[in-house]
Design a protein around this ligand. Structure first.
Ligand code: GLA
Length: 338
């Protein structure tokens, strides 16, 4: 934890705009503790609050790792975002099954969902300021609005509204978000917009939309990101970037030979980070948080995903946890203001 920093704290630089967050896990809060405490004022549990992590069996909750991250946030005075209550991934299989291995009824599934939300949101009530209530329900392709999943097959579309109602009842003060990726793609953007609009029209307690922002050095364009912010903000919702990282590889690039990012990659990444933060500052009235999906390039979920055996370098700090030029480009937007 002993370390002196010569570069200014990112969250202090952005104090007039929005909190700066990072996704963390029990390993990174040790390996990156000083860096997190210096530069960030908000955290999200990378995996430790997901259904499968906290509720592996019907009658058993396992909060040890989630509690450890919550304690880390409180020890360092960081805000905490909750992630995530209802999702088709990383969710325990038993949730959808009855005692003899068949499908559970709609009523029983909703009852279990409510019990889960009451327990998890209730445990951290007043300490987690915002929850990703529902994650990734929109279908990427085609005209279907919702992705098919056990949720839609058993409960129909209304499970989304129900999840928000239950979360609101469990902690009326918490800000409730819908969260999704490919959020700046015009086709998916319009579908997400339709879902959000219909939730608002039904009077569902939803307060914000989380733009995951898993982007790369080429995509999406700043114009597409701007159009997405404008579109979602027109609904009167708060917006956050919830999982920001900028992969140095194009979506269809599968090369695995690089030991270091190329100079060209770093140059494009720096420019992207600068352009993105310029835009975020411009929209500071609607942006209430910017969370990176990680802290420094020594650990990122993009190592070996989606391409096995490939390292990635998507963050503002390098593998030695030193500030990259990308960090300085983001910092200078604020430091060099007239
Ligand atoms: C999605 C989820 C996150 C995380 C990332 C990959 O974006 O919302 O919780 O699993 O995928 O790390």
């Amino acid at each position: 934890m002993n370390r002196t920093f010569t570069e200014p704290s990112l969250h202090q630089l952005y104090a007039d705009y929005f909190p700066i967050g990072a996704a963390v896990n029990p390993r990174t809060i040790r390996q990156q503790e000083a860096l997190i405490a210096h530069h960030f004022n908000s955290i999200t549990a990378e995996n430790e609050m997901k259904f499968i992590s906290v509720h592996p069996d019907p009658d058993r909750y396992t909060f040890e790792r989630a509690d450890e991250l919550m304690a880390f946030a409180e020890r360092h005075g960081l805000k905490m975002r909750g992630h995530t209550l209802v999702w088709h991934n990383q969710t325990s299989g038993w949730l959808f099954e009855d005692k003899i291995g068949g499908r559970v009824s709609r009523e029983e599934l909703l009852r279990r969902m409510k019990e889960h939300i009451d327990t998890v949101v209730g445990r951290y009530r007043g300490r987690i300021y915002a929850w990703d209530v529902v994650n990734e329900v929109i279908a990427d392709e085609g005209e279907e609005l919702l992705r098919r999943s056990l949720w839609t097959e058993i409960a129909g579309d209304s499970f989304i509204a129900k999840a928000f109602e239950y979360a609101h009842a469990a902690d009326p003060e918490a800000e409730l978000f819908y969260n999704d990726y490919n959020e700046s793609n015009p086709h998916k953007r319009e579908k997400i917009y339709r879902l959000l609009k219909s939730l608002i029209e039904q009077g569902v307690p939803i307060h914000g939309f989380g733009m995951q922002a898993h982007w790369n050095i080429y995509d999406p364009s700043i114009d597409e990101i701007r159009a997405a912010i404008e579109r979602y903000a027109s609904l009167g919702l708060k917006l956050q970037l919830t999982e920001l990282d900028i992969s140095v590889f194009a979506f269809d690039d599968r090369r695995t030979d690089l030991k270091e990012p190329t100079a060209e990659m770093l140059k494009l990444q720096e420019a992207r980070y600068e352009d993105i933060f310029k835009l975020l500052i411009e929209y500071r009235d609607v942006i209430t948080g910017v969370t990176f999906w990680g802290t420094a390039d020594d650990y990122t979920w993009l190592d070996h995903f989606p391409v096995r055996g490939r390292k990635n370098w998507p963050l503002l700090f390098d593998t030695r946890q030193e500030p990259k030029n990308a960090y300085w480009r983001v910092a200078n937007l604020v430091l060099k203001q007239p």
